[in-house]
Design a protein around this ligand. Structure first.
Ligand SMILES: NC(=O)c1ccc[n+]([C@@H]2O[C@H](COP(=O)([O-])OP(=O)(O)OC[C@H]3O[C@@H](n4cnc5c(N)ncnc54)[C@H](OP(=O)(O)O)[C@@H]3O)[C@@H](O)[C@H]2O)c1
Length: 272
């Protein structure tokens, strides 16, 4: 039987060693017998990496820290989400034209909608980095009233201004009230698993606590909220849904979500 040409997909970032994107996408390709491979590349020269993607004919790329914003000028086209958010986490190679997409915002909304409709809710967002941009965009688009708190004031103020939402100083995280709080900082991420951006005594002012960190699956923040009897959402679902949207863009096929979920959970269990 004649085999189809193997398609190439990859991740570019720095660091990439702890990313679960290779595990997740390889499992998805295998599950639907899609003839493709996926590799993680540790990149220090972004311009060179993009040249490589073009010349090697790589079909699709996941983009992670620190290139989500920096990659945009190297692309031939970007979709409306990327233009609004100012960051791209996905590249699709359309017959030599590199097109940028952002699936983080869709991934976050799809995960959030399983537990809450943010319309009209007062949402506190901790952090103003690349992930926060996608999340604030998603929340504002869905009609939430967002307040951003960030350690570096200027960056938080700038993001708040761009999306016409409120800003409060980082120190107010222990007094500010809202329906829901979303941690988009890496505080509590492996290996610093004993850290939390907000202590237990300050969590009862919220109904829902969201942490977009997925390693570990249950961060200290989520554990404290859970013990306080609050609704919680970890970053695993967002991670899988953003990956599922990448898969859909690259293959045009329905992503095998269950398989992707299982592969990620297995990998996280092995690393715990
Ligand atoms: N679940 C998912 O699918 C998903 C997707 C994307 C990202 N993530 C996770 O989200 C986190 C952030 O990623 P990112 O791409 O947004 O990173 P980033 O662009 O580097 O932004 C990090 C943000 O966190 C703040 N921050 C960093 N360390 C802090 C500390 N010790 N105390 C207080 N604030 C701190 C930074 O504040 P300053 O402005 O003061 O530096 C900045 O606002 C990572 O843990 C990443 O794994 C998850």
């Amino acid at each position: 039987m004649k085999k189809t040409q193997e398609k190439l997909f990859c991740l570019i970032g720095n660091p990439v060693s702890h990313s679960l994107s290779p595990v997740m996408h390889r499992a998805a390709f295998e599950a639907i017998h899609f003839h493709a491979c996926y590799h993680a590349f540790l990149v220090s020269d972004l311009a060179g990496a993009i040249k490589g993607i073009r010349s090697l004919g790589i079909s699709g790329v996941s983009v992670t820290i620190p290139f989500k914003e920096a990659v945009i000028p190297y692309l031939d086209n970007i979709d409306e989400n990327v233009r609004r958010i100012g960051a791209a986490n996905t590249i699709l190679n359309q017959e030599g034209q590199l097109v940028g997409f952002n699936t983080d915002s869709q991934g976050f909304m799809r995960a959030l909608r399983r537990v809450e409709n943010p319309k009209g809710k007062k949402v506190i967002v901790l952090g103003a980095g690349g992930a926060a941009r996608a999340i604030v965009y998603a929340l504002v688009t869905q009609g939430a009233q967002v307040t951003i708190l960030n350690r570096t004031r200027e960056k938080g103020e700038k993001l708040a201004q761009e999306f016409s939402c409120s800003f409060a100083s980082w120190e107010q995280k222990d007094t500010i009230e809202g329906d829901m709080i979303v941690n988009t900082t890496p505080v509590g991420m492996y290996p610093h698993t004993d850290e939390t951006p907000v202590d237990a005594s300050h969590l009862s002012r919220f109904n829902l606590v969201v942490d977009i960190i997925y390693h570990p699956v249950e961060t200290k923040l989520i554990r404290l909220a859970h013990h306080a009897g609050l609704k919680t959402l970890s970053g695993v679902d967002m991670f899988i849904y953003q990956g599922a949207e990448q898969f859909r863009l690259w293959t045009g096929l329905e992503p095998p979500i269950e398989v992707m979920h299982q592969a990620v959970m297995e990998a996280l269990k092995d690393e715990a």
